[in-house]
Each structure stands twice: as structure tokens, then as C-alpha cells.
Design a protein around this ligand. Sequence first.
Ligand SMILES: Cc1cc2nc3c(=O)[nH]c(=O)nc-3n(C[C@H](O)[C@H](O)[C@H](O)COP(=O)(O)OP(=O)(O)OC[C@H]3O[C@@H](n4cnc5c(N)ncnc54)[C@H](O)[C@@H]3O)c2cc1C
Length: 450
Amino acid sequence: MENNFDLGIIGGGPAGYSAAIRAAQKGLSVIIFEKEQMGGVCLNKGCIPTKTILHCSDFYKNLKKAEKFGIEISDKSYNYEKIFNRKNEIVEKLQKSLTKLVQSYGVEIINAEAKIDAKDKIEADGKVYQCKNMILATGSKPAQLKDLERDGKFILNSDDILNLSQLPENILITGSGAIGVEWARIFSSLDKNVTVVELADRLLPAADADVSKRLDRLFKKSGIKFFTGAKVDSISNKTVTLSNGQILNPDIILCAAGREPVLPEGIGFEKDGRFVKVNNNFQTNYENIYAIGDINGKMQLAHSAVHQAISVVDFIAGNKQVHFDILRVPSVIYGNPEIAWIGKTEEMLAGIDYKVSTFPVSALGKAFADDEIDGFVKVLSVDNKIAGAHIVCPEASSLIHQFSLMIDNELKTEDILNTVFAHPTYSEAVFESILGMEGLSLSLPPVKLL
Ligand SMILES: Cc1cc2nc3c(=O)[nH]c(=O)nc-3n(C[C@H](O)[C@H](O)[C@H](O)COP(=O)(O)OP(=O)(O)OC[C@H]3O[C@@H](n4cnc5c(N)ncnc54)[C@H](O)[C@@H]3O)c2cc1C
């Protein structure tokens, strides 16, 4: 029967399209349903549009310090509408190429909202598709906050902000997680007045405390105002009163905290809080229905979704055990400079015998050449195995993978000592942080090991 598939996937974001490609590679007959555009939040409202704007804002920020590098440019200005249009063009181009890529694997794409009629039946556009296995990859959307209700004009969410073709002068951001920090960097680079309000007692509360502390300093350096342990208390005629008594007059508020799952209509699923509950194999309460990516609330990152997709399809295709460990998934925050971490923080290691080594970026020749001396690479080890790494440094989003490889392969610090790191690079800070663990740093004065 032509409407019979080994695998039906609902959602064409990173979780869904990666699962579709992997399944086709494994020889499964696969169909994918997407109600909006292929690429999901990541391509259309998240990773890619924000990074495109970020690149432009960085370009402008660097232009402003051109003289310091001996470059003379008289007109340093930007046109946000052009930045906005470039962002849309790139997203459109990538949507088209992603659709072609998925189709090149013989995967059928149905552009319609899917509903789950029964544990093996998906309905879309009036047709019913019989699917032996199903993957729910329907993702997430910005949460509706009760005390800060979005109106799309003054109170905006992360989708709304991407639809502005002009930016106002004064922006209040609530939440200092990945989205809040990234937009704070963009706005401040583009000469806007930015204030960040964070409910927790420190910025970027999910990070290692030293990273939060450094972000504090970096925000101050960039002229980003912030209040921690505070929240919006009341709003009257665009005048915002914070719980700490501060009064602010922003042109817009960007709510950068909280996402909620998007659930398809039809049969219900057991939940874990608001998200779909899954076991270690990402199976829901229906054995043949898996939930991967943002929908299961484990870790709301595109690469985590992709990894879950690969693992789950391999499980379906060959019953291979699923391999997923949150502590082996890197987190990246697009601050100025970038921030990245993997594994455990010092707080998580409390009570355990661990070693720590921190190498300042300011000891690198490369950092001086680039005028980027504010940052560090901090590494934690237990029994000489890398337990965690925390980076504040240009290129942190790439550097972190050196630690990913070490952690994933359970390398000991001595295993890395013979690896050759090129000079002059920021990777030298990775090497030096590990040398420091043995008291052998070549770029720092001698330290007394505890
Ligand atoms: C502003 C912002 C910036 C981000 N930046 C990064 C970053 O730099 N790096 C990173 O790793 N992550 C980033 N993320 C997170 C990342 O976008 C998500 O983790 C990722 O998109 C999750 O992928 P997913 O496939 O689970 O879900 P989604 O990307 O949300 O895709 C789900 C898809 O399912 C579709 N769908 C839903 N219901 C149905 C239905 N019933 N029928 C058919 N289709 C349906 C939706 O239309 C959507 O296309 C960012 C997120 C935001 C909001």
C-alpha cells in the first residue's frame, strides 16, 4: 500500500530532518510532515537568522575600532533594514536547499499539519498514513509568561524580534540565558542601549560560576546594564518598574526566557512537566512512538536534537542502544566573546576530589594580535579524566569540541600532553589549560600545585 511507511516523522526541524535523512540512509521508507517551513525554529526563527544578524553586528563593531588596527574608514554606519533583508535571503536560500537535500534521499515531504489518529496512523491534509514507527519532532515555541504577556508591539518574544526591520534605541531584555545574552551582544554592538534583567542571583545561571562572573565584567565593558535577582514588577505606559525598585523606560521588552512544547493533535502522551516524557531510548508511553529534540525538554539545542535523531533512528533500524548523555553535549552562548562549556561545573563537583586549571587568554600572542585578551579556558578533572571544560574566548564555539572529543573518549590529561597544537591559535589555551593541570604551563609563571 503506497501510504505505508516504516517511519513517519512529524516536524521538519533539526530533529525531524536529520532523522529523515538517517532513516533513508538506513534503508527505511520514510515520510515527514512539516506544517510551516523545513528547518524548524533553528533555520527559520533561531540559530541561523540570529547568527546572520550577529555576524553583521560584529562586522560593524569591528569597523568602529578600525583605527586601533591601522585602518582608516571615514563612514562607519549600518542600515538595519539591509541586515534584516540579508537575514531573510539567507534563511530562504537554506530552506530551499534543505528541502532539496531531504528529497534527494527519496523522503516524501508533506507540507501540512499532522495529527496522530492512532499509535500507527498519521493524518494530514485529509489523508491517512500508516506508519510502523513514528518520531515526534514538533519542537517548541516561546512560552507565554503570565506576568509579562506578549503583545508583539511593546512586549516581544524571540520570534517577534526577528521580524523587526528597524531596531529601537532602548531595549530591555528579560532573561540572561543563551537568547538574552546573544541579543544583548547584537544590540550593544549596534549602539543600542541595553538592559538585562535576570531573576537568578547571577547572569547566565546555567554556567559555571566563574563564567557568570566574567560575563558580568564583559557586560560592563560593553556598556550593557544589568540587574540580577530582579524581575519586571509592573508596567504602566511603557514605564517598567523592577522588583528592586529600578524604573526603566524601554522602547521594547524582549522576553528571552522560557519555551514550551508544541504538541500535535490526536492521541495524548505522558508528560514530564510540560514536555513529552521519554525513556532512555526516547520512547514515549507508546513503544513505537519516539519524541526527540525540544519536545522532550531534555536540552533545547539544535545539535542535541540532531544527535538524538541519529541515535533513535539507529535504534529503530538495528536495535542499537541509544547513546545520549547531556553532560557530553556542548553548550554555546554567543556572548562577546563566545562562551562554551561541556561536562560538569565546579558546583556539580562539590564534595568530589577534583582538580582545576584555568588559563587566561591574555597569555596568548594570538589574543594580543586580535585585541581579544579578556577570557579564559578552565578545565576540571576527576582521577585525571576531563570532567568539564568552560571557555570564555573568541572561537569558543569551535574550541569546545576539542574537549568534547576528550570527554567522549574518556581521555586522561596525560593522553593529551603529546598532542601538538598550532601556534598562534586560541587552541593553545586548550593545551595550556591541560598543561596547567600538571603544573607544566609554558606561558605562565610557576604555580604551586595543591
Ligand atoms: C532565538 C533562538 C536562537 C537559537 N540559537 C541556537 C543556536 O545557536 N544553537 C543551537 O544549538 N540551538 C539554538 N536554538 C535552539 C534550536 O533552535 C532548537 O533547539 C531546535 O530548533 C530544536 O529542533 P527541533 O527539531 O526539536 O524542533 P523545531 O526546530 O522547533 O522544529 C519543529 C518543527 O515541527 C513543526 N511542527 C510542529 N507541529 C507540527 C505538526 N503537528 N505537523 C507538522 N509539523 C509540525 C514546526 O513547524 C517546526 O518546523 C535557538 C533557538 C532560538 C529560539
